[in-house]
Ligand binder design. Structure first.
Ligand SMILES: [Fe+2]
Length: 178
């Protein structure tokens, strides 16, 4: 269901104000579902790197982190989990797809199953947590992409998974706040 006209969040200051008013964890989702930001609203956080996507933190508190990710065509994330954090992503620009995997671990053996691809359409949001699975985000087409991410709580580090044939290796990625 789309937000009613007067409940939409149409500027970054309005979003940051709403996030700081959050008293209950479920309210993060209720706020993010109302966000309608354009590229101009986050332009100062858009930075492209030649070799990998770029993360630019807008604000980080004990309860949440809001970031802008900038992606050149063909760039993608690793397959990763969210370390117990809940995550929302708004596609502001570009052709963004999500690949979702069910993670199975038996002893030291890890497998990734049921790869499912879904399109993240421009101006729409998606949600991820570890119960839904691990995922990777990729940019298709020839247009650079810009996405807005809200993590509650912030993700300091997460597991990511490298596939080599049937073998899957788990590694740890520690995020730097920029
Ligand atoms: Fe993610």
């Amino acid at each position: 269901m789309s937000a009613s006209a007067d409940s939409r969040i149409r500027s970054l200051p309005q979003l940051l104000h709403a996030l700081n008013e959050v008293a209950l964890a479920h309210e993060f989702g209720e706020i993010f579902e109302r966000v309608e930001l354009s590229l101009a609203d986050v332009q100062e956080y858009v930075r492209f790197k030649p070799d990998t996507y770029n993360r630019q933190s807008i604000r980080k508190t004990a309860n949440y982190e809001l970031l802008v990710l900038s992606w050149q065509p063909g760039q993608q994330s690793s397959i990763h989990c969210h370390s117990g954090s809940r995550g929302w992503m708004l596609n502001i620009q570009g052709c963004v797809v999500e690949y979702l995997y069910q993670l199975c671990q038996q002893g030291d053996e890890i497998s990734l199953q049921d790869e499912r691809k879904s399109q993240c359409y421009q101006a729409t949001w998606s949600y991820i947590d570890d119960k839904r699975g691990a995922h990777r985000i990729a940019v298709e087409g020839s247009t650079p992409a810009v996405t807005l991410h809200l993590y509650a709580p912030p993700i300091e580090s997460c597991n990511y998974f490298v596939q080599n044939g049937l073998q899957v290796t788990k590694k740890v990625h520690v995020y730097e706040t920029v």
